[in-house]
Design a protein. Structure first.
Length: 356
């Protein structure tokens, strides 16, 4: 490694003269650091509670122990003033502790598919919302999740033209509307199968388009709760190894022993690995990326190579950051995770600096 970059990759038994080495026990696997597109919180912090640069960096650091070296702190539907504050904070946080940008999940989503999002925070989009939302274009590699049926014509195209990734989620859009949005530049699907209608023989909907259209990268929450492992396996089989990204959708409980937290006035409790409200609605996930990779292999039956790819190279490419991130090749950032044969994290390196 040199200046935070991988200088070259050599066989394990090849000696490198005059090079400092950080020897790992035999059997340890080195993989690209994980890239998480959807991180609501971690380490006891929820971004909606504290949309500050410090909170974003703390959330990113909380996930480092689980192999995540890059992430998008995620703000779920909130008042526009909160979103504007988060954008301003992300401008300052990008580049530190692996913060890549900001993911705004809402507020332009379908009330019928809101999940745990507060109904009073959900808004129909207007073209003048592009004035404040467009500020995301200056914030690293950022993305917006929206419902195409809840935004005016030209809205998606304008966001994409400014350099913002757009993903469909929390939506009841027809397949025709999703396909039209893809033509306008929509390129992602947020937590495939969740907060969207089920695919049927005559109504393919969002899920059907996601599985059939190679232009879309689909995020999937592989905790064994949000999506049945067999369904996840079917998604990988349909889309191939380069179009499905593992995401954590993590909440503040990750990295702590907390069993409950407040989500904008709603009490969320951890029960049997599920984060649920009093009425049983899932509220994000108690999941880290190392566990998602492990579940992809042990529950969904994916190859280790495909699972690691879905946690690193696929999301990095989605954000336009490959081959700088998501791969262990000469010239790439030295963002690395060391894993045991059971896929537990031993340590991570961020820009060549080993986690203490």
């Amino acid at each position: 490694m040199h200046h935070g970059l991988i200088e070259r990759v050599v066989p394990r038994d090849q000696h490198i003269p005059d090079a400092a080495t950080d020897a790992m026990p035999r059997g340890i696997l080195l993989a690209p650091g994980f890239v998480d597109l959807q991180v609501n919180g971690g380490g006891g912090i929820l971004l909606n509670d504290d949309p500050s640069p410090q909170a974003m960096r703390s959330i990113a650091r909380a996930h480092r122990r689980y192999g995540t070296t890059s992430c998008l702190p995620t703000l779920i539907s909130d008042h526009p003033a909160k979103a504007i504050a988060a954008i301003a904070a992300a401008e300052l946080a990008v580049g530190a502790d692996g913060v890549l940008g900001l993911h705004l999940e809402g507020p332009f989503i379908s009330p019928a598919r809101r999940g745990i999002h507060r109904s009073d925070n959900i808004l129909p989009a207007r073209m003048d919302d592009l004035d404040w939302l467009g500020r995301l274009s200056a914030v690293g590699s950022s993305m917006v999740t929206l419902a195409p049926e809840c935004v005016p014509p030209g809205f998606v195209k304008a966001l994409v033209a400014s350099g913002i990734r757009v993903s469909v989620g929390h939506s009841e859009a027809s397949s025709e509307r999703v396909l039209a949005a893809i033509e306008d530049g929509l390129s992602g699907v947020t937590h495939l199968f969740n907060a969207m209608p089920a695919m049927s023989a005559r109504e393919p909907g969002i899920a059907g388009v996601a599985l059939a259209d190679a232009r879309l990268v689909a995020g999937i929450i592989l905790d064994g709760i949000h999506v049945d492992p067999l369904v996840a396996r079917a998604a990988f089989a349909a889309k191939g190894r380069d179009k499905v990204a593992l995401v954590s959708d993590a909440m503040p409980t990750v990295g702590t022993d907390r069993e409950h937290f407040d989500l904008m006035g709603t009490q969320i409790r951890l029960s049997g690995g599920r984060l649920i409200s009093d009425n049983g609605t899932l509220a994000g996930a108690h999941l880290d990326m190392a566990s998602a990779v492990r579940n992809a292999v042990t529950l969904a039956g994916l190859s280790l190579d495909d699972a690691l790819r879905a946690a690193s190279l696929v999301p990095a490419r989605f954000l336009g950051l490959a081959p700088e991130r998501g791969t262990l090749t000469a010239g790439a950032r030295a963002d690395i995770v060391a894993l045991t044969p059971d896929l537990d994290v031993v340590t991570t390196w961020l820009g060549g600096e080993r986690e203490a």
